[in-house]
Design a protein around this ligand. Structure first.
Ligand SMILES: [Zn+2]
Length: 281
Protein backbone atom coordinates (compact mmCIF):
# COMPACT_ATOMS: atom_id res chain seq x y z
CA UNK A 1 0.00 0.00 0.00
CA UNK A 2 1.35 3.38 -0.93
CA UNK A 3 2.36 5.77 1.73
CA UNK A 4 2.55 9.46 1.08
CA UNK A 5 -0.97 10.16 -0.13
CA UNK A 6 -0.61 13.43 1.74
CA UNK A 7 2.92 13.81 0.44
CA UNK A 8 4.42 13.49 3.91
CA UNK A 9 5.08 9.78 4.06
CA UNK A 10 2.32 9.26 6.62
CA UNK A 11 -1.13 7.83 6.23
CA UNK A 12 -3.69 9.04 8.74
CA UNK A 13 -5.93 6.52 10.45
CA UNK A 14 -9.06 7.66 8.65
CA UNK A 15 -7.43 7.30 5.25
CA UNK A 16 -5.97 3.96 6.20
CA UNK A 17 -9.47 2.79 7.13
CA UNK A 18 -10.73 3.99 3.75
CA UNK A 19 -7.97 2.14 1.94
CA UNK A 20 -8.67 -1.02 3.87
CA UNK A 21 -12.36 -0.69 3.06
CA UNK A 22 -11.66 -0.53 -0.67
CA UNK A 23 -9.55 -3.66 -0.29
CA UNK A 24 -8.66 -4.44 -3.92
CA UNK A 25 -6.64 -1.36 -4.71
CA UNK A 26 -5.61 1.93 -3.20
CA UNK A 27 -5.72 5.35 -4.76
CA UNK A 28 -3.24 8.17 -4.90
CA UNK A 29 -3.69 11.86 -5.62
CA UNK A 30 -0.90 13.09 -7.89
CA UNK A 31 1.22 15.82 -6.28
CA UNK A 32 3.02 18.64 -8.13
CA UNK A 33 6.34 17.33 -9.42
CA UNK A 34 5.29 13.68 -9.38
CA UNK A 35 6.23 11.38 -12.24
CA UNK A 36 4.59 8.09 -13.09
CA UNK A 37 7.84 6.22 -12.60
CA UNK A 38 8.31 7.83 -9.19
CA UNK A 39 4.80 6.95 -8.08
CA UNK A 40 5.31 3.41 -9.32
CA UNK A 41 8.61 3.02 -7.48
CA UNK A 42 7.12 4.20 -4.19
CA UNK A 43 4.10 1.92 -4.64
CA UNK A 44 6.32 -1.06 -5.41
CA UNK A 45 4.68 -1.72 -8.77
CA UNK A 46 5.65 -1.03 -12.36
CA UNK A 47 4.47 1.95 -14.38
CA UNK A 48 2.82 -0.53 -16.75
CA UNK A 49 0.79 -1.99 -13.90
CA UNK A 50 -0.47 1.47 -12.98
CA UNK A 51 -1.32 2.20 -16.62
CA UNK A 52 -3.24 -1.08 -16.80
CA UNK A 53 -5.78 0.05 -14.20
CA UNK A 54 -6.03 3.75 -15.18
CA UNK A 55 -7.66 4.38 -18.54
CA UNK A 56 -6.44 7.99 -18.67
CA UNK A 57 -2.84 6.74 -18.84
CA UNK A 58 -3.30 4.71 -22.02
CA UNK A 59 -0.33 5.42 -24.21
CA UNK A 60 1.20 8.09 -22.00
CA UNK A 61 3.42 8.45 -18.94
CA UNK A 62 2.35 12.04 -18.28
CA UNK A 63 0.55 12.61 -14.99
CA UNK A 64 -1.02 15.85 -13.76
CA UNK A 65 -1.20 17.12 -10.20
CA UNK A 66 -4.64 16.52 -8.75
CA UNK A 67 -5.42 13.36 -10.69
CA UNK A 68 -6.50 10.46 -8.50
CA UNK A 69 -4.89 7.26 -9.74
CA UNK A 70 -5.85 3.72 -8.87
CA UNK A 71 -2.85 1.73 -7.69
CA UNK A 72 -2.56 -2.05 -7.81
CA UNK A 73 -1.98 -2.90 -4.17
CA UNK A 74 1.26 -4.79 -3.69
CA UNK A 75 0.31 -5.59 -0.11
CA UNK A 76 -2.93 -7.35 -1.09
CA UNK A 77 -2.30 -10.75 0.41
CA UNK A 78 -2.07 -13.98 -1.49
CA UNK A 79 -5.23 -15.97 -0.99
CA UNK A 80 -8.42 -16.23 -2.96
CA UNK A 81 -10.42 -13.88 -5.13
CA UNK A 82 -14.13 -14.26 -5.80
CA UNK A 83 -14.86 -13.37 -9.41
CA UNK A 84 -17.20 -10.40 -9.77
CA UNK A 85 -19.54 -9.58 -12.59
CA UNK A 86 -17.64 -8.17 -15.56
CA UNK A 87 -14.20 -9.41 -14.57
CA UNK A 88 -12.00 -11.60 -16.67
CA UNK A 89 -8.63 -13.15 -15.92
CA UNK A 90 -6.67 -10.24 -17.38
CA UNK A 91 -8.54 -7.71 -15.26
CA UNK A 92 -8.09 -9.76 -12.09
CA UNK A 93 -4.38 -10.29 -12.74
CA UNK A 94 -3.84 -6.55 -13.22
CA UNK A 95 -5.64 -5.70 -9.98
CA UNK A 96 -3.28 -7.91 -8.01
CA UNK A 97 -0.22 -6.71 -9.90
CA UNK A 98 0.22 -10.17 -11.41
CA UNK A 99 0.97 -11.25 -14.94
CA UNK A 100 -1.73 -13.28 -16.63
CA UNK A 101 0.76 -16.15 -16.79
CA UNK A 102 1.29 -16.07 -13.03
CA UNK A 103 -2.45 -16.12 -12.37
CA UNK A 104 -2.94 -19.01 -14.81
CA UNK A 105 -0.07 -20.95 -13.22
CA UNK A 106 -1.85 -20.77 -9.88
CA UNK A 107 -5.17 -21.76 -11.49
CA UNK A 108 -4.20 -24.32 -14.13
CA UNK A 109 -7.77 -25.43 -14.85
CA UNK A 110 -8.37 -22.03 -16.47
CA UNK A 111 -5.28 -22.42 -18.64
CA UNK A 112 -6.88 -25.63 -19.89
CA UNK A 113 -10.06 -23.81 -20.86
CA UNK A 114 -12.29 -24.04 -17.79
CA UNK A 115 -15.09 -21.47 -17.92
CA UNK A 116 -14.79 -18.49 -15.60
CA UNK A 117 -18.07 -17.73 -13.85
CA UNK A 118 -19.04 -14.85 -11.62
CA UNK A 119 -18.69 -16.17 -8.09
CA UNK A 120 -15.85 -18.56 -8.92
CA UNK A 121 -12.92 -18.51 -6.50
CA UNK A 122 -9.42 -18.06 -7.85
CA UNK A 123 -6.16 -18.74 -6.07
CA UNK A 124 -4.08 -15.55 -5.90
CA UNK A 125 -0.39 -16.43 -5.71
CA UNK A 126 2.14 -14.40 -3.78
CA UNK A 127 3.91 -11.85 -5.89
CA UNK A 128 7.65 -11.48 -6.03
CA UNK A 129 8.97 -8.17 -4.72
CA UNK A 130 10.22 -7.00 -8.10
CA UNK A 131 7.36 -6.13 -10.44
CA UNK A 132 7.48 -8.53 -13.35
CA UNK A 133 7.43 -7.26 -16.90
CA UNK A 134 4.38 -8.71 -18.61
CA UNK A 135 5.68 -12.00 -19.97
CA UNK A 136 4.36 -14.04 -22.84
CA UNK A 137 3.30 -17.56 -21.91
CA UNK A 138 3.08 -20.50 -24.27
CA UNK A 139 -0.36 -21.97 -24.39
CA UNK A 140 -1.70 -24.52 -26.81
CA UNK A 141 0.86 -23.54 -29.40
CA UNK A 142 -0.22 -19.92 -29.33
CA UNK A 143 1.46 -17.04 -27.62
CA UNK A 144 -0.75 -15.36 -25.07
CA UNK A 145 0.64 -12.05 -23.93
CA UNK A 146 -0.23 -10.89 -20.47
CA UNK A 147 -2.37 -7.83 -20.80
CA UNK A 148 -1.14 -5.74 -17.92
CA UNK A 149 1.29 -3.68 -20.00
CA UNK A 150 -1.32 -2.38 -22.41
CA UNK A 151 -4.55 -2.73 -20.46
CA UNK A 152 -6.09 -4.41 -23.47
CA UNK A 153 -6.87 -8.06 -24.02
CA UNK A 154 -3.96 -8.59 -26.38
CA UNK A 155 -3.98 -9.00 -30.12
CA UNK A 156 -6.27 -11.10 -32.25
CA UNK A 157 -5.78 -14.86 -32.04
CA UNK A 158 -6.59 -16.94 -35.14
CA UNK A 159 -9.60 -19.01 -34.01
CA UNK A 160 -8.61 -22.36 -35.53
CA UNK A 161 -5.04 -23.40 -34.72
CA UNK A 162 -3.24 -24.91 -37.67
CA UNK A 163 -5.92 -24.20 -40.27
CA UNK A 164 -5.55 -21.04 -42.33
CA UNK A 165 -7.29 -21.98 -45.57
CA UNK A 166 -10.18 -19.61 -46.32
CA UNK A 167 -12.75 -21.07 -48.73
CA UNK A 168 -14.90 -17.96 -48.89
CA UNK A 169 -13.69 -14.47 -48.08
CA UNK A 170 -15.41 -11.40 -46.75
CA UNK A 171 -17.71 -9.40 -49.03
CA UNK A 172 -20.19 -9.92 -51.88
CA UNK A 173 -20.64 -13.47 -53.17
CA UNK A 174 -23.25 -15.68 -54.81
CA UNK A 175 -24.40 -18.71 -52.80
CA UNK A 176 -27.12 -21.04 -54.12
CA UNK A 177 -27.76 -18.51 -56.89
CA UNK A 178 -28.41 -15.74 -54.38
CA UNK A 179 -26.23 -12.65 -54.23
CA UNK A 180 -25.34 -11.75 -50.64
CA UNK A 181 -22.77 -10.02 -48.51
CA UNK A 182 -20.64 -12.59 -46.69
CA UNK A 183 -20.04 -11.01 -43.26
CA UNK A 184 -17.00 -13.05 -42.30
CA UNK A 185 -14.57 -15.64 -43.57
CA UNK A 186 -15.00 -19.41 -43.91
CA UNK A 187 -12.04 -21.30 -42.48
CA UNK A 188 -11.83 -24.91 -43.64
CA UNK A 189 -11.09 -27.42 -40.86
CA UNK A 190 -12.26 -30.92 -39.87
CA UNK A 191 -15.37 -31.40 -37.76
CA UNK A 192 -14.38 -31.43 -34.09
CA UNK A 193 -11.40 -29.07 -34.37
CA UNK A 194 -11.39 -26.73 -31.33
CA UNK A 195 -12.52 -23.17 -31.99
CA UNK A 196 -10.73 -20.65 -29.79
CA UNK A 197 -11.84 -17.24 -28.57
CA UNK A 198 -10.01 -14.69 -30.71
CA UNK A 199 -9.90 -12.34 -27.71
CA UNK A 200 -11.02 -12.32 -24.09
CA UNK A 201 -14.60 -11.31 -23.50
CA UNK A 202 -18.09 -12.39 -22.57
CA UNK A 203 -20.46 -14.85 -24.25
CA UNK A 204 -23.31 -12.87 -25.83
CA UNK A 205 -24.96 -15.87 -27.55
CA UNK A 206 -24.43 -19.61 -27.44
CA UNK A 207 -27.34 -21.27 -29.16
CA UNK A 208 -28.74 -22.90 -32.27
CA UNK A 209 -29.51 -20.12 -34.77
CA UNK A 210 -30.87 -22.06 -37.75
CA UNK A 211 -33.35 -19.35 -38.76
CA UNK A 212 -30.49 -17.20 -39.98
CA UNK A 213 -28.44 -20.14 -41.24
CA UNK A 214 -25.69 -19.93 -38.65
CA UNK A 215 -26.46 -23.34 -37.14
CA UNK A 216 -24.93 -23.77 -33.70
CA UNK A 217 -23.25 -20.46 -33.01
CA UNK A 218 -21.26 -18.61 -30.36
CA UNK A 219 -21.04 -14.81 -30.26
CA UNK A 220 -18.55 -13.05 -27.99
CA UNK A 221 -18.47 -9.39 -27.00
CA UNK A 222 -15.11 -7.84 -26.18
CA UNK A 223 -14.48 -4.92 -23.83
CA UNK A 224 -13.84 -2.28 -26.51
CA UNK A 225 -16.92 -2.82 -28.66
CA UNK A 226 -15.65 -5.60 -30.89
CA UNK A 227 -17.86 -8.64 -31.40
CA UNK A 228 -16.84 -12.03 -32.83
CA UNK A 229 -19.11 -14.71 -34.29
CA UNK A 230 -18.26 -18.43 -34.58
CA UNK A 231 -20.85 -20.35 -36.62
CA UNK A 232 -21.75 -23.80 -38.03
CA UNK A 233 -20.33 -25.46 -34.88
CA UNK A 234 -20.67 -29.12 -34.04
CA UNK A 235 -20.41 -28.36 -30.31
CA UNK A 236 -20.76 -25.27 -28.13
CA UNK A 237 -18.42 -25.30 -25.14
CA UNK A 238 -19.54 -22.10 -23.40
CA UNK A 239 -22.80 -20.66 -22.14
CA UNK A 240 -24.37 -17.24 -22.46
CA UNK A 241 -23.02 -14.79 -19.89
CA UNK A 242 -19.80 -16.68 -19.27
CA UNK A 243 -16.50 -14.85 -19.28
CA UNK A 244 -13.89 -16.32 -21.57
CA UNK A 245 -10.19 -15.72 -21.93
CA UNK A 246 -8.38 -15.32 -25.24
CA UNK A 247 -7.51 -18.75 -26.64
CA UNK A 248 -10.12 -20.60 -24.59
CA UNK A 249 -12.01 -23.23 -26.62
CA UNK A 250 -15.58 -21.96 -27.14
CA UNK A 251 -16.80 -24.63 -29.56
CA UNK A 252 -15.86 -27.19 -32.18
CA UNK A 253 -15.84 -26.90 -35.96
CA UNK A 254 -18.93 -28.38 -37.58
CA UNK A 255 -21.25 -28.23 -40.55
CA UNK A 256 -24.53 -27.10 -38.98
CA UNK A 257 -26.94 -24.56 -40.46
CA UNK A 258 -26.57 -23.24 -44.02
CA UNK A 259 -23.15 -24.74 -44.62
CA UNK A 260 -21.69 -26.59 -47.59
CA UNK A 261 -19.02 -28.56 -45.74
CA UNK A 262 -17.07 -28.58 -42.49
CA UNK A 263 -15.75 -25.10 -41.77
CA UNK A 264 -15.80 -22.31 -39.22
CA UNK A 265 -17.60 -19.15 -40.20
CA UNK A 266 -15.70 -16.40 -38.35
CA UNK A 267 -17.24 -12.94 -38.31
CA UNK A 268 -15.93 -9.76 -36.69
CA UNK A 269 -17.92 -6.62 -35.98
CA UNK A 270 -17.19 -3.28 -34.35
CA UNK A 271 -20.40 -2.37 -32.48
CA UNK A 272 -22.19 -4.69 -34.91
CA UNK A 273 -20.70 -2.93 -37.92
CA UNK A 274 -19.20 -5.84 -39.91
CA UNK A 275 -15.47 -5.76 -40.66
CA UNK A 276 -13.23 -8.09 -42.64
CA UNK A 277 -11.59 -10.45 -40.10
CA UNK A 278 -8.48 -10.72 -42.26
CA UNK A 279 -7.87 -6.97 -41.83
CA UNK A 280 -7.28 -7.64 -38.11
CA UNK A 281 -4.41 -10.12 -38.48
ZN1 LIG B 1 -19.41 -18.00 -43.81
Amino acid sequence: MLRGVSGTGRVCAALLALLVATADASSYRVQPGDTLSGIAARAGVSAAQIRAVNARLRGTDQVQAGWVLTLPDRTLPAGTHTVKNGENLSVIAARYGLSLGALLSANPAYRDGKALWTGARLTIPGRSAAPAAAPAVRRGGATVRAASSSGSSGGWLWPVAGYHGVSSGYGPRVLDGVREDHLGVDIVAPVGTPVRAARSGRVLESRPDFDRGWGWTVVLEHPDGWITRYAHLSANLVQKGELVVRGQPVGRVGNTGRSTGPHLHFGTYLRWDPRDPLSLY
